[in-house]
Design a protein around this ligand. Structure first.
Ligand code: HEM
Length: 145
């Protein structure tokens, strides 16, 4: 169980990040070149939303089956917070990613209520870029590569 979930979370991260980078680039290009927001732009944004939501679900399961997630708290909150590696996988990575994916979801919901192409591209540019930066800031890079 653990091995499969861990491998899935590790592999899906490439796809989730790629889809998010494409969505961020697309929204910035659309905003600055004053393009019209089309069905294609909507699809790019929803793929990034689905990619990150899948990663979130798998991450939540991983958190409870991994030795580097919730189980670390068995040694006490203080011990986890004192150690940068433990703090990263048990606290910072999950928490910051949940905030990031919440922002991405807010961006998706907001765009539906907006009327102009510019406002839609702007909303995606802000919320998806913030989400991407937050995710990148708390990836356990040394474990991944
Ligand atoms: C888009 C969001 C996320 C991305 C891109 C991401 C990416 C990653 C990557 C690349 C690793 C290292 C994998 C490896 O060792 O090969 C990792 C580890 C981990 N992630 Fe995530 N993650 C995300 C969200 C989450 C969330 C929301 C949670 C929990 C609620 C979570 C829990 C964990 C845990 C516990 C580990 C350590 C697992 C272990 O090695 O036993 N992740 N994540």
């Amino acid at each position: 169980m653990y091995n499969f979930i861990q491998k899935f979370h590790s592999g899906w991260a490439y796809l989730a990040l790629l889809l998010l980078v494409i969505a961020v680039a697309n929204s910035l290009i659309g905003l600055f070149s004053k393009k019209e927001f089309t069905a294609k732009d909507r699809k790019i944004a929803i793929f990034a939303l689905i990619g990150t939501h899948t990663q979130l679900l798998v991450g939540l399961i991983l958190y409870f089956v991994s030795q580097r997630g919730f189980k670390l708290f068995e040694m006490g909150v203080g011990e986890v917070m004192k150690n940068a590696d433990y703090r990263l996988t048990a606290v910072e990575h999950p928490l910051i990613n949940i905030i990031a994916i919440t922002l991405i979801t807010i961006g998706w919901s907001k765009h539906k209520k907006l009327a102009t192409s510019e406002s839609k591209f702007k909303t995606f540019s802000i919320f998806y870029t913030l989400g991407l930066l937050l995710i990148l800031s708390r990836i356990p890079w040394s474990m991944w590569f």
